[in-house]
Design a protein around this ligand. Structure first.
Ligand code: UD1
Length: 340
């Protein structure tokens, strides 16, 4: 049986991926320091899968602790690395905190893997590395740009560190996954997204507004050059995204790669506007969402959506779930989590 270490495994994307891996019969070991996650998520994972994965509370910026961890798990076949800080605005206020956390953790991880001869890495990256797109849909060959925030830049630099490592070591292989906008929750509603503090992202802000935790949703700009004036993104169901990670691990373990460092975009290929997301949410939830139009948010791009060709052809992965399933599951999770 294969064993996969999942860092950040009780976070939003991590926990859904852990469920998909366990359902495939893979043994999962989680490393997480709970800086932006909750230990109760382990109960959710156990309740869905019947398996409580081994859990280690480790701050990965502590290389000694991480090495000790790998001494225990040198038989791991692969690592999926989610653990990172991800608040865009916060990262501009505290760039060094973000670089230290996201890059030291990655460097310690690679050192630990190499020392213990674990040679397969999946990196959790972001479509933010493309910056303002030069063309749409965005293919993996689209140029990457300096990140618009320290968070975004830490993803870009992270990919570069991994690529240099792969180029320097014959037996080290990696796949970087560039996510578009993951939203929604597991259909059991036992795990989902629950950010600390005021959400930065659209979907948790929408569900928290409907739950009465936030007064109203601000729509950041309605004067974009799009059909309804609001910005367009490629929202992808978290369960589809989780499945893509299983395919990625299989690709690494079965040696199917075309090169030792590969990149895949993970999106649906469908651009949806902020107003379309709100319309779907209101229809699926039966809730009228208090909302107002405000100025554009600094650093936002007008339109982003992914080319799905490479993921479909090479990874054999296609998204299945639509926007209505995303908004309704996000709402069901929010209600259940808040006992509404
Ligand atoms: C954001 C980050 C991106 C990061 C991703 C992680 C920025 C500029 N980009 O992507 O780097 O990888 O989150 O999840 O922060 N919106 C509103 N009202 C809100 C919140 C959002 O109108 O209260 C709009 C935004 O203007 C945008 C869309 O909703 O058009 C999606 O926003 P969001 O969920 O924050 O994602 P991104 O900005 O695409």
């Amino acid at each position: 049986m294969n064993k996969v270490v999942v860092t950040g495994g009780i976070g939003y994307i991590g926990s859904h991926t852990v469920v998909s891996l366990i359902e495939k019969g893979i043994t999962v070991v989680i490393v997480d320091n709970m800086i932006n996650s909750n230990i109760n998520t382990l109960d959710g994972i156990e309740s869905i899968t019947g398996v409580r994965p081994e859990f280690h509370d480790i701050d990965m910026t502590d290389g000694t602790l991480l090495h000790r961890f790998f001494d225990l798990h040198k038989d791991a076949d692969a690592v999926i690395h989610f653990a990172a800080l991800k608040a865009v605005g916060d990262s501009s206020q505290q760039p060094i905190l973000y670089y230290r956390n996201n890059l030291f953790a990655l460097i310690n991880l690679i050192e630990g893997m190499q020392k213990h001869e674990i040679s397969n890495l999946v990196f959790s990256s972001s479509a933010t590395v493309y910056g303002t797109p030069d063309f749409l849909p965005i293919t993996e060959d689209h140029p990457t740009k300096r990140g618009m925030s320290p968070y975004g830049n830490s993803k870009k630099i992270g990919e570069e560190i991994i690529e240099d490592t792969v180029n320097s070591a014959e037996n080290f292989k990696a796949i970087s996954l560039r996510y578009f906008n993951p939203i929604g929750a597991h259909p059991s509603y036992k795990i989902g997204e629950s950010p600390n503090g005021v959400p930065n992202n659209l979907m948790p802000y929408v569900t928290q507004t409907a739950a009465g935790v936030r007064k109203e949703l601000s729509i950041f700009g309605d004067d974009y050059n799009t059909p309804d004036g609001t910005a367009i993104r490629d929202y992808i169901h978290i369960v589809d995204l989780a499945e893509a990670h299983v395919k990625t691990v299989e690709r690494l373990l079965e040696d199917q790669q075309k090169s030792n460092f590969e990149i895949f975009n993970l999106g649906t290929g469908q651009g949806k506007s902020v107003l379309e997301v709100i319309e779907s949410f209101e229809r699926m939830s039966g809730q009228k969402l208090p909302q107002k139009i405000t100025d554009r948010r600094d650093g936002d791009v007008e339109q982003m959506y992914s080319s799905t060709e490479r993921a479909s052809n090479d990874l054999g992965w296609n998204s299945k779930l639509g926007l209505d399933e995303m908004t309704s599951s996000a709402w069901e999770w929010e209600k259940k989590n808040r006992k509404i």
